[in-house]
Design a protein around this ligand. Sequence first.
Ligand code: SF4
Length: 750
Amino acid sequence: PAAPDAKAEIKKSICTHCSVGCTVNAEVSNGVWTGQEPAFDSPLNLGSHCAKGAAVREHAHGDRRLKYPMKLVNGKYTRISWDQAITEVGDRLLKIRETSGPDSVYWLGSAKFSNEQAYLMRKFAALWGTNNVDHQARICHSTTVAGVAQTWGYGAMTNSYNDIHNAKAMFFIGSNAAEAHPVSMLHILKAKEQNKAPLIVCDPRFTRTAAHADEYVRLRPGTDVPLIWGILYHIFENGWEDKEYIRKRVWGMEQVRAEVAKWTPEETEKVTGVPGAQVRRVAEMLAKNRPATVVWCMGGTQHTVGNNNVRAYCILQLALGNIGVSGGGTNIFRGHDNVQGATDMGLDVTTLPAYYGLAAPAWKHWCRVWGLDYEWVKARFKTPELMEAPGIPVSRWYDGVNEAKENVAQPDTIKAMVYWGHAPNSQVRQPELKKAMEKLDTLVIIDPYPTVSAVLHDRTDGVYLLPAATQYEVDGTRTASNRSIQWSERVIKPMFECKADHEIMQLFANKFGYGAELTKNIKVENNVPVIEDILREINKGAWTIAYTGQSPERLKLHMQHQQTFDKTTLKAVGGPCDGDYYGLPWPCWGNASAKHPGTPNLYDTSKPVKDGGLNFRALFPEYKGESLLAVDSFPEGSELPAGHPGVTFGMLKKLGFEADFTPEELAVIQKIGGEKVDDVAWTVDMSGGIQRVAVKHGIAPFGNGKARAVVWNFPDPVPIHREPLYTPRRDLVEKYPTYADKKMMRLPFL
Ligand code: SF4
């Protein structure tokens, strides 16, 4: 290998491939990104990256990047200039606004935005006059945000990735961290080694995370709530619950106890497929090794009953007294690098930034922060009522086009869709999505890469592809899954003709006539709003979750000094704890000068309730077997197009599963699943894959919807291998053709 370039500058950026937030030391020589290393002293990634993180340079340098703006002309993408793009797209959207109202344009943002970009995009949509603005969180963890918020207040992970190594037991459900959040495994394995903490992994699929489990629990898809009730049955039966904790802090546990009493080992086994003895063993492990952490991911959330699952997981922790303590908590692993931050910034149909909601006082608060007149902003909307009404969730935007109006609150038909850093691969009902895309007047795609949105439809015109900079080409902050906000330094300038998202927002706002209002209190240099000023505006307004103390100056110092455990400097700037954590996790109260160290672990229960300590609500989720999976719940006439992540009929045959399904069920699978094994293109996050697919698409382990015991019958578990984490598992590849047949969709014009 070549000797390191002595003159290379080191830029500190953050890996964008998952929500762990590993620091990347990028080497730059003469403005060229020449190499990268993990940050060896980071308390989080401790000198390691996973395979995804080790290749972040390729994300900026990928040879399939969009290099210049393009427009679809007679079915062919043709190069245009930025001026032409802004003028033409702007004129088309303004015309739609004039004739059909502002809600006719849908602004779909991204969990790949920095916090500043997500915040600016929310304001941008508000000034356009719509709440039709959303992002990926709608599809992945919206059930988590609602479920945990209903239980204890904040819609976020309670503890920290690097607090997991303080756990005495770990309970994973619907999370395949070894593949989806690989560096988190460092802390998980450390807890196993140093605390002898047993790892319990519940998943219908035997995953790489399950390969490290002390107890692998194969539950039937969709039976999370009964499994948790079955575990709680033993906890209450044996008096293992934390009685003092419940008495002092938990409201509603009696109702839970009454329901749980019905979930005897026999009943639990009948519904979940998990042997009664194993359920008891898990309960005992959790009871005897406290605190335990509970970890979940999309395998738990992407269900018709995802919100119930989340509340059941929370209740398990409340019964054991595991909330508000280091090593405990609900550690919810989110997907994209800034999905937590984009949610916090209100890039969402239901709220303004920082979960203020959409009622008049929320608008008045943010108008004050923006320096804008509330009445002027109100007049941007078609009616005052629409200003306070939720927009159409992205999961249903096509109903807004296809005029299935009973599904949506907004009266206007959507005529234009802006896919800004968002690909629709993960959305269900793709035939309807495709149909809606074809009906639109205008489709705009803004992304560093051409996504599936560019080719999913059969349009011949009215589509624009605008090249955006990657996250490595802009400065800004991102909020990891554990609420920790970090400054990410720009590594290189935007390549080719790509522009930063916030610059594109400013250019469009100028065209629409509200450029000055968008950045009233924010300095703009050559049409690029200054990121530090946007963050200062967030600091000024985001009091509910205290994004107030994370000034650009403090975050930059943190990025430099936490890596070297320079505790003296960290202390001087209000460093987080003792160098064991990173960034400044919200809530970080006060302002820059207050030096609040951030809150790595939420809900400190060391204080009695009367002195301000917290109490919680064991909000009771109902288990209704019939709501989980009904074969006929899949809309009539639906089919999965090639390339959609799903279980195909061909795959089913290849695995020899046919015998486990009734003819009716097989017919459904055949109808929606495609004939060929190759029809499958898995998404990067495999967690809960089969489970998610089965639940989403009505593929039926439960036949008639009454939790009938048709077993989702995987072959026997793969023997546990204690190999290094990142070695390809050839045995799995051979055994499960879904791995071997992985296909990437190639875009025809590249
Ligand atoms: Fe990147 Fe996540 Fe891997 Fe860390 S664990 S290197 S953040 S993909």
